[in-house]
Design a protein around this ligand. Structure first.
Ligand code: CO
Ligand code: CO
Ligand code: CO
Length: 306
């Protein structure tokens, strides 16, 4: 076992031989969007993401599905087709799965990936002097909450769905030519929660530069209206002893930094000498790439926001 329970990492990694390690991960959740096909795509992109966050390539996936009997079969088909489209895009194959009846629909994947044991990316390798790079804008938790209350225009809704259905494949491939010290995908704990997790065992503190963090348009405005998912408050509560804010930070910005992300981007920690080159590579590949902070010697708090 190369990566297991103890490091809170994105997936488990098992060494098969000197050249190959197997990555195993499972993720599923209830719908956060109305359209079954989009829901399937988002759930699959999210499950596949943990393989990318470990530096691996997905090869095999199995469906996990629960649904109430009253649900029309076309809805079930839509979810599965959405999921399959993302597995195909990832270059992996779907090999069956399991479904059971339940009051609420839930969908996701169990994914197997492969990685060279020398090239595994973990959460906890960050080093003093590193620069942090994010590969998707934040705010999807707030936007999906707003969509449920019909507060988004079709355009805004489309943009949020595009962010959530995008695979982290391109970003992970771009990162492969660089020496990445730490990597995770930003999901339920929000940017701050996942950043705090990256500091565990590192003897480092992460400094985030709030003005540099990409945010979906409309998310700040919605946060000011109080459209904030319950998970953001849980994240605030969970990390309150680990975070220091410098200066007067606007509350709407903080809300977005705590916003739980559905199928968020990668958070990469790279040597300063590689940062600009990686950002350029990400942009050339058509994905978001913003430097949003740095890694410092350990201070009292795990995360400093300024
Ligand atoms: Co993850
Ligand atoms: Co996950
Ligand atoms: Co990881």
């Amino acid at each position: 076992m190369l990566v297991g329970f103890d490091s809170n990492d994105d997936a488990a990694v098992y060494k098969v031989n000197e050249e190959t390690a197997m990555i195993q991960t499972v993720d599923f959740f209830p719908p956060m969007v109305d359209d079954p096909y989009n829901f399937g795509q988002i759930a699959a992109a999210n499950a596949l993401s943990d393989v990318y966050a470990m530096g691996g390539k997905p090869v095999l996936a199995m469906n996990l599905l629960t649904f109430p009997n009253c649900l029309p079969l076309t809805v079930v088909e839509g979810i599965l087709q959405g999921g399959a489209s993302k597995v195909l895009e990832a270059g992996a194959v779907i090999a069956g799965g399991h479904s059971i009846e339940d009051k609420e629909p839930k969908y996701g994947l169990c994914v197997t990936g492969l990685v060279n044991p020398q090239k595994i990316l973990t959460n906890n390798g960050i080093k003093k002097g590193d620069i942090l790079i994010i590969t998707k804008p934040l705010g999807t938790g707030i936007l999906t909450t707003a969509a449920k209350a019909d507060l988004l225009t079709p355009e805004e809704n489309k943009k949020a769905i595009a962010v959530m259905t995008a695979l982290n494949k391109t970003a992970a491939e771009a990162a492969q030519d660089f020496s990445i010290h730490g990597c995770t995908d930003i999901t339920g704990f929000g940017l701050i929660g996942h950043a705090a997790e990256m500091t565990i065992g590192s003897n480092c503190t992460i400094e985030l530069w709030q003005e540099k963090i990409p945010v979906l348009s409309k998310a700040l405005e919605l946060a000011r209206m109080g459209i904030i998912p319950a998970g953001a408050y849980r994240n605030m509560d969970y990390t309150k002893d680990k975070v220091q804010t410098l200066g007067q930070l606007p509350q709407d910005v903080l809300d977005v930094l705590y916003d739980p992300q559905t199928s968020g981007g990668l958070l990469l920690s790279v040597p300063e000498s590689d940062a600009e080159k990686l950002v350029q590579r990400l942009k050339d590949s058509g994905v978001t790439g913003n430097t949003i902070g740095c890694v410092k010697a350990k201070e009292e708090k795990a995360v400093i926001i300024k």
